[in-house]
Design a protein. Structure first.
Length: 94
């Protein structure tokens, strides 16, 4: 039983690592939000597209982003659909 749980945990960690690397390497801008609509992560492409620093966005809602991005993203429905494509960015709600 313990071996099965350890094996499952290792598999989940490997999957998480792989997905993190995919998001980080993606040329598509990706913004990840939690259930409350708070930005939890942005990939480097998002930072380049938006011209902001990571610290300017993490922990904020879309409508709190600097510049015109707050206006452009404030109308995004934060509950449906789970993945929204807008202006070269993918918004993923987790």
């Amino acid at each position: 039983m313990v071996d099965a749980l350890r094996h499952e945990r290792i598999g989940q960690e490997e999957t998480h690592f792989f997905l993190s690397k995919l998001i980080e390497a993606s040329p598509q801008g990706i913004v990840i939000l939690n259930y409350d609509g708070i930005i939890t992560e942005l990939n480097p492409a998002t930072l380049r597209i938006m011209g902001i620093n990571r610290d300017d966005a993490v922990g904020k809602k879309l409508n709190e982003l600097p510049k015109s991005w707050a206006v452009a993203l404030s109308d995004v429905n934060e509950s449906f659909p789970n993945i929204t494509r807008l202006l070269g960015l993918s918004l993923i709600h987790i």
